[in-house]
Design a protein around this ligand. Structure first.
Ligand code: PLP
Length: 424
C-alpha cells in the first residue's frame, strides 16, 4: 500500500518499525562505503596482465618504430588511438592521448577556453559572463571543474531521453554567454540512461549564438554494458559531420574503468580544427605522454575485441551486484510509492529518487549508522538539489554481502525519512 494513502496510525506503525530496525543496524557498528563509483578488487584483478605486459620484453618500439621509453609522439601511440577510435567513433588521427585521467583533459579544455579562448574568440576570463549548461543530476566533478573557473552553471533537467533539448536549444540560441554543455551520453552518471538518437541529432544540429561554444561529450561508460540488451548511442561525430557542426564538440574517454582508475590511458577526440588548436597547447605543455603505459595497454588489450572481452569479465562481476540493488529496492520499497529508481543496462550507478525533501535526511541517517553514500545534492550544480530527492548508489565497490547490508539499511532509512515527513 502507498505510504501517502495510509492512515496516520499506520504510518506511525511503519515509522516505529523502521526506527527499531535502524537502531539494531546502528548497534552493529558497520563501516561501509557506497559513495564513489570505483571498481572492486576482483575487477582490478582482471587487468593484471597490463602490469605483466612489459616485464618479459626487451623491445619497446611501437609500430612506427618509436622507442616508447623515450620522449616524443605528442598525440600518443597509433594502436592505442585506434582502440579509442573504435570506442568513441572519431578517426584515430583526430585523437590525442593524455595520461591517466580524462577528467584532467576536460579540466584542461575548460582551462584553454578560460585563458586562451576557442576559435579565435576572446578568452572566457576576458568575457563579462560565461555560463555552462549542466544537465542534472549529473557528474559532480564536472560541476567542480566549472565552479573552479567561476563559470556560472545552469542546471538542465534530465529526461529519459537525455537532457531536455527544448531548453538546451532555446538557451544556446538566445544566450551567447553560454559556452559549454556537459554530457555523459551513455549510461549517464548517475541516471544510467543513454541519450536517444533524437537527442544526439539535436545536439549535432545546435547552432549556438556563441561561436566558441563546446559540447563536452564525456563518453566515460561507452563500453560498460551489463546486460544482454545493451543501450546503443548514436555517433555524435558522424551526425555533426552531416550538419557541419563538428567544431562544436570535444569528446573524452579513458580506460579508467576498463583497466585501472588512476593508471589507465585517457583520450580526447575532436574535429580537425579543434585538434590543430589543441595541438599548440599540448606541445607546450608536455614533451609527450606516458607511452610505456600506452604500450602495455596495447599489448594487453590488442584491439577493440580485446576491450570487449575484458568488459565481459567486468560484467560477470557487476551484473549480480546491480541486480541485488534493484531487487532490494523493489522488495523493500516497491509498494510504498516513496521512491523511484533506475534499472540501467550498464555504467556504474543506480539512481534513486526518494520523496521530495528527504534525500539529505536519508544520507545523514545512513552515515550515522556507518554507511557512507555520495552526499545528497552532489549530483547538482553547487550541490543544490532543488527537490532534495536524488541519491546516487554506487554498487560496484563493496563485496555482495556488504552491499546487501548497506542496501537494506538504505531502504530502512528511506522508510524512516518518508514516514517522519508525513507525520511532521
Ligand atoms: N567521467 C565520468 C562521467 C565519470 O563518472 C568519471 C569517474 O567516475 C570520470 C569521468 C573520471 O575519468 P578519468 O578517470 O578518466 O579521469
Amino acid at each position: 500500500m502507498k505510504l501517502a494513502a495510509m492512515r496516520n496510525e499506520e504510518i506511525r506503525k511503519l515509522h516505529d518499525n523502521a526506527l527499531g530496525q535502524y537502531e539494531d543496524f546502528k548497534a552493529l557498528k558497520l563501516k561501509l562505503n557506497m559513495a564513489r563509483g570505483k571498481p572492486c578488487a576482483k575487477q582490478l584483478d582482471l587487468a593484471l596482465g597490463v602490469l605483466e605486459a612489459l616485464r618479459a620484453r626487451s623491445e619497446f618500439a611501437n609500430s612506427d618504430g618509436d622507442d616508447c621509453r623515450n620522449y616524443g609522439v605528442w598525440n600518443g601511440l597509433p594502436e592505442m588511438r585506434g582502440i579509442f577510435s573504435a570506442m568513441i567513433g572519431v578517426p584515430a588521427e583526430q585523437i590525442i592521448l593524455g595520461n591517466n585521467s580524462s577528467l584532467q583533459m576536460m579540466f584542461d579544455c575548460v582551462s584553454k577556453g578560460y585563458t586562451h579562448g576557442y576559435s579565435g574568440y576572446a578568452p572566457w576570463c576576458k568575457q563579462d559572463s560565461v555560463k555552462f549548461l549542466c544537465p542534472a543530476p549529473g557528474y559532480d566533478r564536472h560541476f567542480a571543474v566549472t565552479e573552479y573557473f567561476g563559470i556560472e552553471m545552469i542546471p538542465v533537467p534530465m529526461l529519459k531521453t537525455g537532457p531536455d533539448m527544448d531548453i538546451i536549444e532555446r538557451l544556446v540560441q538566445e544566450d551567447e554567454t553560454i559556452k559549454g554543455c556537459w554530457c555523459v551520453p551513455k549510461y549517464s552518471n548517475p541516471t544510467g540512461i543513454t541519450y536517444s538518437d533524437e537527442t544526439v541529432r539535436r545536439f549535432a544540429s545546435l547552432h549556438p549564438a556563441a561561436k566558441d561554444f563546446r559540447i563536452m561529450w564525456d563518453n566515460a561508460y561507452c563500453v560498460h554494458d551489463l546486460t544482454d540488451t545493451p543501450d546503443t548511442l548514436l555517433n555524435l561525430y558522424e551526425e555533426c559531420l552531416k550538419q557541419g557542426t563538428e567544431d562544436n564538440v570535444l569528446f573524452f574517454a579513458s580506460t579508467s574503468k576498463i583497466s585501472f582508475p588512476g593508471a589507465g590511458v585517457a583520450a580526447l577526440a575532436a574535429s580537425k580544427n579543434n585538434i590543430a588548436e589543441l595541438k599548440e597547447r599540448f606541445n607546450v605543455q608536455t614533451i609527450g605522454p606516458d607511452k610505456l603505459n600506452q604500450l602495455r595497454h596495447i599489448l594487453f588489450l590488442h584491439d577493440i575485441d580485446g576491450v570487449r572481452s575484458l568488459m565481459q569479465g567486468h560484467r560477470k562481476i557487476l551484473e549480480s551486484k546491480f541486480k541485488l540493488v534493484v531487487d532490494v529496492l523493489e522488495k523493500e520499497l516497491g509498494d510504498l510509492g516513496i521512491a523511484k529508481w533506475s534499472e540501467p543496462n550498464g555504467g556504474y550507478f543506480v539512481n534513486l529518487d526518494v520523496m521530495n525533501g528527504c534525500a539529505k535526511r536519508v544520507v545523514g541517517l545512513c552515515k550515522e549508522a556507518g554507511v557512507i553514500l555520495t552526499d545528497a545534492g552532489a549530483t547538482y550544480p553547487y550541490g543544490q538539489d532543488p527537490n532534495d530527492s536524488n541519491i546516487r548508489i554506487a554498487p560496484t565497490f563493496p563485496p555482495e554481502e556488504e552491499l546487501a547490508g548497506a542496501m537494506h539499511l538504505l531502504c530502512i532509512c528511506v522508510r524512516l525519512a518518508a514516514s517522519e515527513k508525513l507525520l511532521s
